[in-house]
Design a protein around this ligand. Structure first.
Ligand code: BGP
Length: 471
């Protein structure tokens, strides 16, 4: 029987919802700068207005309450709190998040606060190249300390870094996110600093005796082998080492996985570990693992036959340098699965695989911090949105959770991505995920009117029933 306190939630991120990007004392983030440059985002969309959550938070939280949401995951914008990344605090920023948190609590919705969801203060990027410099570690911990002091007495669930694997890979390998680099050694360097910052943020949380739970969220796409050919199986093993355990082992065991380290070393890539670093990592153990699950991936060996997967963002694909991992594994196509409008596989069993693998390897509680379907939704003339495809997606994924629970996986909550439609980093406003349709597009913000989709009502019943299955 599922715990009555299961966190049925939904998620978002500051840059994707807030708007007021240049106002109320907020400093610029790397995303404010990046999205201004022609060609970086779909139709050059930015988060300048986004869905104006900054001004509409009460209306949105009232909708959450109507749905019966038990938890809402949102992120704090670092440059809204510290316009220059450190130094002077912007009181208006603190007040805004206090208002959001209080409004959630007043409506019996548990706030889940993400400390960092990619909007790094631009001054830190300019001053010392952000994540590539060790100075980021102290600046990040200082920022965390402010949040712990301000909100630690009322927020019980904290997510440190959102998808470190994605912001480092897309930022330093795939040339798709700021700072738009394709250099594997620089990626490993930035990632190591992020690991240290993450671990130290948790140690600070413990030191300050914050009475809550904390952990990172990780975008986990389980690796499958393209065929029974053992070369493909090895390729999938390598992918798992370098795209999954490379982060999860560090978070939970405080050490890099041996095989991944050797695979990289063979290609001349070294992790810049200094004396004392491992100790820092080992001290920063999380209470739970945040899991963002959207899809599974298939890998083949560079020496076997099979199609190569082509990603499909709305933005023009960027030039990527040859990467050391290309000699180990190539992403291929899973012909057994349906895909979304954006060519992402739809694989609820993959979520069960993810939950089982994490449980078997680490035995840690899991908070599902994101899961959902990005699709092109249509607002009908009668002002309704019939998103049955989203209902089917979420339903089958919740069923997968229930199966994993029966096998002993300890899952403390499930946040869909997302509550409202919001700004998709590389896909503007076309790729929608919400239970709430927000009427705007790339050309115009219109009135940003909110409409409840069919899935809104469906998820309300799931929450009421504490799941899909009979209980
Ligand atoms: C995750 C991010 C979210 C969100 C989601 C959907 O990686 O944490 O911020 O954007 O993916 O991604 P997209 O908008 O690219 O479809």
């Amino acid at each position: 029987m599922r715990n009555k306190n299961f966190l049925w939630g939904s998620a978002s991120a500051a840059y994707q919802i807030e708007g007021e990007a240049y106002n109320h004392g907020k400093g610029l983030s790397i995303w404010d700068e990046y999205s201004k440059i022609d060609g970086n985002t779909f139709k050059n969309t930015t988060g300048e207005v986004a869905i104006d959550f900054y001004n509409k938070y009460k209306e949105d939280i009232a909708l959450m309450k109507e749905q019966g949401l038990k938890a809402y995951r949102f992120s704090v914008s670092w440059p809204r709190i510290l316009p220059n990344g450190r130094g002077e605090i912007n009181q208006e920023g603190i007040d805004f998040y206090n208002n959001v948190i209080d409004e959630l609590i007043k409506n019996n919705i548990e706030p889940i606060l993400t400390i960092y969801h990619w909007d790094l203060p631009n001054t830190l990027q300019e001053e010392y190249q952000g994540w590539e410099d060790r100075r980021i570690v102290d600046d990040f911990v200082n920022y965390c300390e402010i949040l712990y002091k301000e909100f630690g007495h009322k927020v019980k669930y904290w997510v440190t870094l959102n998808e470190q694997n994605i912001f480092t890979t897309l930022g330093y390998v795939l040339n798709l996110h700021p700072p738009k680099v394709s250099d594997y050694q620089r990626f490993v360097n930035a990632n190591h600093n992020a690991n240290l910052a993450q671990a130290k943020a948790i140690s600070k949380f413990r030191q300050m005796n914050i009475r809550g739970k904390i952990g990172p969220s990780f975008a986990y796409s389980p690796s499958y082998a393209k065929s029974e050919n053992s070369l493909d199986v090895l390729a999938a093993e390598d992918a798992q080492e370098l795209t999954d355990w490379f982060w999860l082992d560090v978070y939970i065991k405080g050490e890099y996985p041996k095989i991944a380290v050797e695979l990289l070393r063979k290609k001349g890539i070294e992790i810049p570990i200094e004396n004392g670093d491992i100790d820092v990592l080992k001290k920063g153990k999380p209470d739970f693992m945040g899991l963002n699950y959207y899809q599974s991936f298939v890998y083949k060996s560079p020496n076997t036959k099979g199609e190569v997967y082509k990603s499909n963002n709305n933005t023009v694909s960027q030039k990527i340098n040859k990467q050391p991992t290309d000699d180990y594994f190539i992403q291929s196509i899973n012909k057994t699965l349906e895909v979304t409008d954006w060519n992402w596989t739809i694989d609820p069993n993959g979520l069960e695989v993810a939950l089982r693998r994490i449980t078997s390897r680490y035995g840690i509680p899991i908070l599902i911090t994101e899961n959902g379907l990005g699709a092109i939704d249509k607002l009908e003339d009668n002002q309704k949105i019939y998103d049955d495809y989203r209902i089917a997606y979420i339903k089958t994924h919740i069923e997968a959770i229930e199966k994993a629970e029966e096998l002993g996986c300890n899952i403390i909550g499930y946040c869909t991505w997302s509550f409202q439609d919001l700004f998709s980093w590389l896909n503007g406003y076309q790729k929608r995920y919400g239970f709430i349709y927000v009427d705007r597009d790339e050309k115009s913000q219109k009135e940003l009117k909110r409409y409840k989709k069919k899935s809104f009502y469906w998820y309300r019943d799931i929450i009421k029933n504490n799941g899909v299955g009979k209980r």
